[in-house]
Design a protein around this ligand. Structure first.
Ligand code: HEM
Length: 473
């Protein structure tokens, strides 16, 4: 019993709320952990700690602390925390996103960045996203202004952009196998932040407890792995070596080139993991962002009207071009406010210190789990006035010009910041602009959607119905 109730915070560790025996502070994370953490930081300071079932965890809050620790990497050198639930979420703990900092990450990061640059940027990618927008608009048109839940269509359209880079091909919106894979994969993104996942992470023997959400995580992860294995085989059949058409080709070239190098990280398994990670990292985030953006446009018709006035004025009925992004400050301001306000990745990716560190007088030992509360940056009263109000104008100066904000980190910062930021920004601009150019969004008569997010590693809106009514132009 003494062992169960013993104080588990290491000496010199940041303070935090009193933990319960065994489970520590896990129960406090049941509802909106990012909000709970921000509140605790008001009591214990920007850097405080939680006990997650015996796992001492440091929480970084507010722009100043996060910048100090992540941007100036000498403060905290971080690598992903290879915990059990995250490894189940992303099938296993290798690949790219969950890869420890070292040769494996460097090799996979370099390859992914090159592929994103080569297959996923510039005019060529702009054209391909514009093409996908046409499929997207056509599918929405099929609803003829009647209420529908946009989740399915937005997910398909957005995932197709990553699919073009990874497989060189899009999937049709009625490809049920691919959709099923995305569905159970994103279910894992949700489950990974559940109390069951935290408990399993702290108490590995729970693997043998036959019920509970952690078992669902494993079942889903196995199904995703099998699906990806099959699909990668299919897309590598017609491959011409050294003439890559997409990420899989490029990966197989790397695998062949390093075949005699025993220390290489390129392998069949890592190919599967990295493909899965890129698909889910690219789809879940951007999809949720666009779903929030649609919801807020229907909720605030006056903001929607201003967006449409800018679109009509700048585009005059033609499709958007790459250069238009700079010419549309209001659209940019709205999309930035959605990213700030909705916090699609509220706690970043869980990390761990790769060496002992001293920050603001606290001692943080190597291997300590670190959570960056990005939500607390976007609601940091030091940098934002009235942060709980949705107000795109905060990104505009008095002449209506777009202004950047320092405390804006939806893609995080530091060495491991989001690799898909540029692509995500381009996708959001094109899908959002073309959607509002053609349709007026409104909720069905008498329907008021919930604004409280569905919790998970990402924050998404609860399912809602919307009417997309063709605009007269
Ligand atoms: C990592 C946000 C879109 C690929 C991350 C991280 C955040 C983030 C917060 C964690 C960084 C950290 O913990 O330090 C977002 C948001 C997006 C978005 C808000 C859309 C609105 C994308 C897209 C892709 C992508 C489109 C690519 C297809 C990745 C990858 C990582 C990552 C590979 C891991 C990077 C590494 O560990 O080196 N993203 N992301 N993301 N994101 Fe994104």
């Amino acid at each position: 019993i003494r062992q169960l109730v013993k104080q588990r915070r290491p000496r010199g560790f940041p303070p935090g709320p009193t933990p319960l025996p065994m489970i520590g502070n896990i129960l406090s994370l049941a509802t909106e952990p990012h909000v709970y953490m921000k509140r605790q930081s008001d009591i214990h300071g920007q850097i405080f700690s939680l006990d997650l079932g015996g796992i001492s965890t440091v929480i970084l809050n507010g722009y100043d602390a996060i910048k100090e620790c992540l941007y100036h990497q000498n403060k905290l050198s971080l690598f992903p925390y290879l915990n059990r639930h995250l490894s189940a979420l992303f099938v296993l703990c290798l690949g790219l996103l969950n890869c420890k900092y070292g040769r494996g990450w460097i090799e996979h990061h370099k390859l992914a960045v090159n592929c994103f640059r080569f297959f996923g940027s510039g005019q060529r990618m702009f054209g391909r996203i514009s093409e996908e927008c046409l499929f997207f608009l056509h599918a929405i048109d099929q609803h003829q202004g009647k209420p529908f839940n946009p989740k399915h269509l937005v997910t398909n359209a957005v995932s197709n952009i990553t699919n073009l880079i990874i497989f060189g091909q899009r999937f049709t919106y009625d490809d049920s196998d691919f959709q099923h894979m995305i569905e159970i994969f994103s279910e894992n993104v949700e489950l990974a932040a559940s109390g069951w996942a935290f408990l399993y992470n702290a108490f590995p023997w729970m693997e043998y407890v036959p019920f509970g959400k952690h078992q669902k995580l494993f079942r889903n992860a196995n199904k995703v792995y099998d699906f990806l294995l099959q699909i990668i085989k299919r897309f590598s059949q017609d491959r011409v070596p050294q003439s890559p058409q997409h990420y899989i080709d490029a990966y197989l070239d790397e695998m062949e080139q390093s075949a005699t190098d025993k220390a290489t990280s390129f392998s069949q398994d890592n190919l599967i993991f990295s493909v899965g990670e890129l698909i889910i990292a690219g789809t879940e985030t951007t999809t949720n962002c666009l779903r929030w953006a649609m919801l807020y446009m229907a909720l605030y018709p006056r903001i929607q009207e201003k967006v449409q006035m800018e679109i009509d004025c700048i585009l005059n009925g033609r499709p958007p071009a790459l250069e238009d992004k700079q010419r549309m400050p209001y659209v940019e301001a709205v999309l930035h406010e959605v990213l700030r306000f909705c916090n699609v990745v509220p706690l970043g990716i869980f990390r761990a210190t790769s060496q002992d560190a001293v920050v603001r007088g606290y001692t943080i030992p190597r291997g300590t789990m670190v959570i960056t509360n990005l939500y607390s940056v976007h609601f940091d009263e030091k940098y934002w006035s009235d942060p709980s109000i949705f107000c795109p104008e905060r990104f505009l100066d008095c002449n209506g010009k777009f202004v950047r904000h320092e405390a804006f980190l939806p893609f995080s910062i530091g060495k491991r910041h989001c690799l898909g930021e540029q692509l995500a920004r381009l996708e959001m601009f094109l899908f959002f602009t073309t959607l509002l150019q053609r349709f007026h969004l409104q909720f069905p008569e008498g329907f008021i959607p919930s604004l409280s997010p569905k919790l998970g590693m990402t924050l998404q809106p609860r399912p809602y119905s919307i009417c997309a009514i063709r605009r007269q132009q």
